[in-house]
Design a protein around this ligand. Structure first.
Ligand code: CP
Length: 301
């Protein structure tokens, strides 16, 4: 049984295959009849132990466009609240003849733990601060769409790198395709050993914006911070918040991305998020095609 647990162990060819397959599915879902029978008779459970808007709806739509049967599970309101373990929960779902598990969990490595113990495909929809592989794939797809190619592009990931699974998956995904990556944020929000991943580091948002072709902006993940946050959100927005004026004044145009949810007025002003620089809603649109590709390819293996 094959899984998508992270980007780290994918090859460049794996990534290209997923992105090329996604491109075909993007054509399909832009037709008047958006559905294909590819996963008819496959049942998929979306098992979410953490909140989600984009990823959960995007997976569900991808599954429905592929004609799979879909069940949705949220930890809140479930028997997890009565003490049932992750493995018991998933084994009970699988007993109902489910073929694939799409899982989001707060613990890094939870999908890996599961994949060693069950006979169904596991897709990681975000595991704590570790990886969010389908987000990185849809981000690369969106860069390809906008700029033609990922290879040779300079991508600055700006914000709370320390607590971000999107940052780590993007670093792996972009580097495997030949992009250069810079991370930018306050010292307290950059992991100490990030240099070992071969990325540039900046603590100056203007330097990052002047360097890059693409700025992928992340929110501050207050829910993952064990200690009192430093700097405060007010200080963060003062020193790292990106405005439309800052983007308009650059010497050359750059592409603005954000995985969502946006904290408007903190990492991005509304006029920047809603400007012509932004492809934030294109990222969301592309997520459905990319997730269709991942599910379709896993079902073939
Ligand atoms: N980008 C992302 O993972 O958004 P959600 O948390 O809403 O799924």
């Amino acid at each position: 049984v094959r899984h998508l647990l992270g980007i780290k162990n994918l090859t460049e060819n794996d990534i290209q295959l997923i992105l090329e397959t996604a491109r075909e599915f993007k054509d399909v879902i832009n037709r008047p009849i958006k559905k294909v029978p590819s996963l008819r008779d496959i049942t998929i459970a979306n098992v979410f132990f953490e909140n989600s808007t984009r990823t959960r709806l995007s997976f569900e739509l991808a599954e429905k466009r592929l004609s799979a049967d879909v069940v949705n599970f949220s930890a809140s309101g479930s028997s997890v609240k009565k003490g049932e373990t992750l493995l018991d929960t998933v084994n009970n779902i699988l007993a109902m003849k489910v073929d694939m598990i799409v899982m989001r969990h707060a613990s890094p490595g939870a999908p890996h733990y599961l994949s060693d113990r069950i006979m169904a495909n596991v897709v990681n929809a975000g595991d704590g601060t570790h990886e969010h592989p389908t987000q990185a794939l849809l981000d690369s797809f969106s860069i390809q769409d906008k700029l033609g190619d990922v290879a040779g592009k300079r991508v600055a990931i700006i914000g709370d790198i320390l607590h971000s699974r999107v940052a780590l998956s993007n670093i792996f995904c972009l580097q495997k395709q030949g992009a250069e990556v810079m991370v930018c944020g306050p010292t307290t929000l950059i992991p100490k050993h990030i240099n070992e991943l071969g990325v540039k580091v900046s603590h100056d948002v203007r330097e990052a914006l002047n360097w890059c072709d693409v700025a992928n902006v992340l929110r501050i993940q207050l829910e993952r911070q064990q200690i009192k946050y430093f700097p405060s959100l007010r200080e963060y927005s003062l020193y790292y918040g990106i405005t439309k004026k800052m983007l308009d004044e650059l010497d050359r145009p750059i592409v603005l991305m954000h995985p969502g949810p946006i904290n408007r007025g903190v990492e991005l002003t509304s006029d920047a998020a809603d400007s012509h620089h932004s492809i934030i809603l294109d990222q969301v649109e592309n997520g459905v095609a990319v997730r269709m590709a991942v599910l379709y390819l896993l079902a073939q293996m």
